[in-house]
Ligand binder design. Structure first.
Ligand SMILES: NC(=O)C1=CN([C@@H]2O[C@H](COP(=O)(O)OP(=O)(O)OC[C@H]3O[C@@H](n4cnc5c(N)ncnc54)[C@H](OP(=O)(O)O)[C@@H]3O)[C@@H](O)[C@H]2O)C=CC1
Ligand SMILES: O=C(O)C1=N[C@H](C(=O)O)C[C@H](O)C1
Length: 271
């Protein structure tokens, strides 16, 4: 804990899968305190205590009023949807609240908006907050450089039945890392699914395959398929705890920053 006291964290999407995991993680952390809980208009949980579902009383009520939910916060952790995140961003900019953004599925112009806001407030944004995935990103860059010729690259991801965006933000980030390492532009070479008479595989492409089902937390594999061998680099999340702990790490990292756009490499010192 700093001399200024515990880090005051607000959670957006407080009733979501990640929102609840984050509230639990904040409650369990000695150096953080829950300072606000946001959910959207119409949520039946509005007005109830943010930790009621844990059988605890935090004194923090879930609200859809952004100014009220952010009034006491230093950092907002946001795992919602792109339109929600952008609405929260505008209020954070107005109030000078830092942001950890875990939401995925942004369009390029929405990412540009976040980049512009980072000139005024400190923002950490990453499609995957787990330490393991971010280490895997480094391994992928190394493998892709070495397997630049003669290996077809395919990215396969699997998630729970509720996930609304595809491919996952992590799969897309893996695609970016691999494409950069082999000197290709992902916008030019990505193939998102195949059907019908597709013709033989174009070796310059990077393919994506998406699986949705049950309660799969998040699996990602990058396959380098050559002649006579194949290499698979896989990461599997077995609990959302890993994303919540990574998010708290990011919030602590932002505490010392006035502005700028950061990613998980910055937080983990992997840059
Ligand atoms: N970076 C990372 O490490 C990870 C990223 N994610 C990403 O986080 C996001 C959320 O995932 P998950 O928790 O599983 O999703 P959930 O649907 O369980 O939770 C989303 C929460 O945000 C709320 N919400 C939805 N739309 C809006 C909006 N427009 N404004 C404000 N609040 C809104 C939802 O409310 P309601 O239920 O009423 O719709 C809900 O409370 C996804 O984009 C996912 O890909 C997930 C895990 C890890
Ligand atoms: O929606 C999820 O659950 C997840 N989303 C993130 C993504 O899109 O990459 C991260 C993780 O895979 C879980």
């Amino acid at each position: 804990m700093s001399a200024a006291g515990p880090l005051r964290i607000a959670i957006a999407g407080a009733c979501g899968r990640m929102g609840r995991m984050l509230i639990e993680a904040v409650q369990a952390a000695d150096d953080c305190v829950l300072a606000g809980a946001l959910d959207r208009k119409g949520s039946p949980a509005l007005g109830s205590d943010a930790t009621a579902w844990l059988g605890q009383a935090s004194g923090v009520k879930i609200t859809a009023d952004l100014a009220e939910g952010l009034a006491k916060a230093q950092v907002l952790i946001d795992f919602t949807r792109p339109d929600g995140t952008l609405a929260h961003l505008a209020e954070c900019e107005r109030l000078g609240v830092k942001m950890v953004i875990g939401t995925t599925g942004f369009e390029p112009e929405q990412k540009a908006r976040i980049g512009a806001a980072a000139q005024r407030i400190a923002i950490m944004m990453a499609p995957n907050m787990s330490v393991g995935v971010n280490v895997v990103m480094q391994l992928l860059a190394q493998a892709a450089k070495a397997l630049n010729q003669g290996y077809d690259i395919e990215i396969i991801e699997a998630h729970h039945r509720h996930k609304v965006d595809a491919p996952s933000g992590t799969a897309l980030a893996m695609g970016e890392v691999v494409a950069k390492a082999v000197g290709r532009d992902l916008k030019e070479c990505a193939v998102y699914g195949r059907e019908g008479v597709t013709g033989a595989r174009d070796p310059s492409t990077i393919g994506f395959a998406t699986v949705r089902g049950g309660d799969i937390v998040g699996d990602h594999t990058v396959l380098f398929a050559g002649i006579g061998e194949r290499i698979e680099i896989t990461h599997k999340s077995s609990s959302r705890v890993t994303y919540a702990q990574g998010s708290l790490r990011a919030a602590r990292f932002l505490a010392g920053k006035a502005s700028g756009l950061f990613d998980m490499n910055d937080v983990l010192g992997l840059s």
